[in-house]
Ligand binder design. Sequence first.
Ligand SMILES: Nc1ncnc2c1ncn2[C@@H]1O[C@H](COP(=O)(O)OP(=O)(O)OP(=O)(O)O)[C@@H](O)[C@H]1O
Length: 268
Amino acid sequence: MMVQHEPAVRVEGLTRIYPADGEPVRALAGVDAVFARGTFTAVMGPSGSGKSTLLQAAAGLDRPTQGSVWIGGTELSKLSETKLTELRRGRIGFVFQAFNLIGALTVEENILLPLRLAGTRPDQVWLNQVIGRVGLTDRLRHRPSALSGGQQQRVAIARALASRPDVIFCDEPTGALDTNTAAEVLALLRGVVDEHGQTVVMVTHDPVAASYADRVIVLADGRIVHDMPQPGADRIAEHLAALGRRRAVTGAVTSAVTGSVTGEGVVR
Ligand SMILES: Nc1ncnc2c1ncn2[C@@H]1O[C@H](COP(=O)(O)OP(=O)(O)OP(=O)(O)O)[C@@H](O)[C@H]1O
């Protein structure tokens, strides 16, 4: 039985080293974080700071080199590949920048796909709530290609919610959307947290998107360097700019030491 007071997600000492021909890349260098149920967290940081790696490891899509991940009370490293796949289908939702819908299926079939793959009978009351919440009730028979980008992302959010997961991981969910459509999608994510008690962890580069979250975590070089409750877009932007300046200085020093003539090495 699932104990509800456990956090939705917990990661401890998460380290991920990618082997490489030259120097191995340490994408995560010992990350500890707890994501409480019913909260909305934004994960930010410069390019290459480890955001996607953190999301992939926390979602059980990638096995960390060291450290542990719990989804609810389940520690992922103890699971076989089959059990891990089952857990991902039933207890984790994903939303990606590129929507990742199946073009040959209708909106309804896309939303139901994870449940079908898991062989789980849909909870029709919950599904109706989700479809109503994302505003797709009259679009269920359409194909994704007949929908706008914002509507397609709404389908992806409904698909992520269909199994009533412990957590929804979003990787740049508004990266492909214009400002107004992005605001609608972010308000929708905020709503599923506030009104349905869902847990959302979202990677974003956009301080305005991050300002919809309850908490902003900033990564740099595979570590958490800031963990801020509701900082607001201006403060987030200041922190990121300061991080950029620090990296620029470090880069310039590194360039001087290595004799590089470009003097760059600034934020990628
Ligand atoms: N499969 C891989 N093999 C080798 N190195 C990798 C792999 N995936 C990521 N890396 C490296 O790990 C580091 C962290 O990458 P990651 O994609 O997690 O960063 P990110 O913060 O999500 O970046 P971005 O904002 O550009 O998406 C980078 O140095 C990256 O080059």
